[in-house]
Design a protein around this ligand. Structure first.
Ligand SMILES: NC(=O)c1ccc[n+]([C@@H]2O[C@H](COP(=O)([O-])OP(=O)(O)OC[C@H]3O[C@@H](n4cnc5c(N)ncnc54)[C@H](O)[C@@H]3O)[C@@H](O)[C@H]2O)c1
Ligand SMILES: O=C(O)C[C@H](O)C(=O)O
Length: 355
């Protein structure tokens, strides 16, 4: 089996050119460095950390297809050379470079505009997201230390679970490094919105693309709070529908974990949601107006320091955190339950760094 050191050397060779790592062309007398490619076209530089994983691979593929991306860095502690070689053959504009192992983390991050983090272990049946804390907290800490050092102005999209704790961990790492900008740290809760749109559309008999359900709070169990009273297009649900939809949206992740029966959690729908969210962040960075998405961010919308709600994205990241709007009694009850659990998860993340 190839050692990490050998694989590192191999990926360095592959990554040392702006051209994709296609086969060596000496056989026909042409070396890669003699090709006429001038390097990356204008666009954003994006890194995916955990790029060889279940989410990372389809996410990397979809980001390679995004016309706003000019450079795509794929980092993982295993298998990134293969994923990089594979994706680099796609005939889209982004130049792809691979990075393997901690020794290449800084190169992976330097100069990035957006860093997407799906690194970490997923759930198995019977586990909660919080059961992932012990492993994923350390992974997120290390990666965020790298971001603070190498690309402190990058927008960070944090996917690794438990999001309700990993976002506070990231914030504490950045505070310690003196680089924390609350506008640039976003926990990705887009999958909850994607699921909510799908399930609500099913109940209403609509096309999910025409449905918009705000989902606020956090990203675990009762902290996932769909605001069904604010669905667009405006509609009414009966009590049975509200119970069914709220439970299904809150337990959508568990539904997938159980169906995968030990083979991990949502990867494909998550990659789709992550790319939808990353694309919104990039359009905001480009200066597009009126880009609103839900995300778990530093917030004053409740008394908690972090909360998921609608945010307006722009050139500096989160430019405005929207208030929750009018809630009905069912949602007000849900909000109290969500806040109780969220407070403990946030505190757990903060203590992990401050201890
Ligand atoms: N926010 C959400 O909505 C959401 C949705 C789905 C999954 N998730 C979470 O995303 C995470 C990844 O899920 P997955 O299914 O892709 O898991 P996976 O095990 O398939 O992939 C994780 C990848 O992370 C890599 N990794 C581990 N340690 C690393 C490190 N220190 N640096 C860089 N990479 C490292 C692994 O090598 C692996 O390739 C899990 O924590 C999961 O719970 C979040
Ligand atoms: O459920 C999980 O563990 C993964 C993810 O958070 C999800 O919502 O699918």
């Amino acid at each position: 089996m190839e050692s990490v050191a050998d694989a590192s050397r191999r990926i360095s060779r592959i990554s040392s050119h702006l051209l994709p790592p296609n086969i060596q062309m000496e056989g026909c007398g042409l070396r890669r460095e003699n090709c006429r490619a001038k390097g990356a076209a204008p666009g954003f530089k994006v890194a995916v950390l955990g790029a060889a994983g279940g989410i990372g691979q389809p996410l990397a593929m979809l980001m390679k297809m995004n016309p706003l991306v000019s450079v795509l860095h794929l980092y993982d502690v295993v298998n990134s050379p293969g994923v990089t070689a594979d994706i680099s053959h796609m005939d889209t504009g982004a130049v792809v470079r691979g990075f393997l192992g901690q020794s290449q983390l800084e190169d992976a991050l330097t100069g990035m505009d957006l860093v997407i983090i799906p690194a970490g272990v997923p759930r198995k049946p019977g586990m909660t997201r919080d059961d992932l804390f012990n492993i994923n907290a350390g992974i997120v800490k290390t990666l965020c230390e790298g971001i603070a050092k190498c690309c402190p102005n990058a927008i960070v999209n944090l996917i690794s679970n438990p999001v309700n704790s990993t976002v506070p961990i990231a914030a504490e790492v950045f505070k310690k490094a003196g680089t924390f900008d609350p506008k640039r740290l976003l926990g990705v809760t887009m999958l909850d919105v994607v699921r909510a749109n799908t399930f609500v559309a099913e109940v209403l008999g609509l096309d999910p693309r025409d449905v918009d359900v705000p989902v606020v709070g956090g990203h675990a169990g009762v902290t996932i709070l769909p605001l069904l009273s604010q669905v667009k297009p405006p509609c009414a649900f009966n009590a049975k529908e509200i119970d069914y939809l709220t439970n299904r949206i809150q337990n959508g992740g568990t539904e997938v974990v159980e169906a995968k029966a030990g083979a991990g959690s949502a990867t494909l729908s998550m990659a789709y949601a992550a790319v939808k969210f990353a694309d919104a962040c990039l359009r905001g960075l480009r200066g597009d107006a009126g880009i609103i998405q839900c995300a778990f961010v530093a917030s004053q919308v409740t008394e908690l320091p972090f909360f998921a709600s609608k945010v307006r994205l722009g050139r500096s990241g989160v430019e405005e955190v929207h208030p929750l709007g009018p809630l009905n009694e069912y949602e007000r009850d849900g909000l109290e339950k969500a806040k109780k659990e969220l407070e403990a998860s946030i505190q757990k993340g903060v203590s992990f760094i401050r201890k």
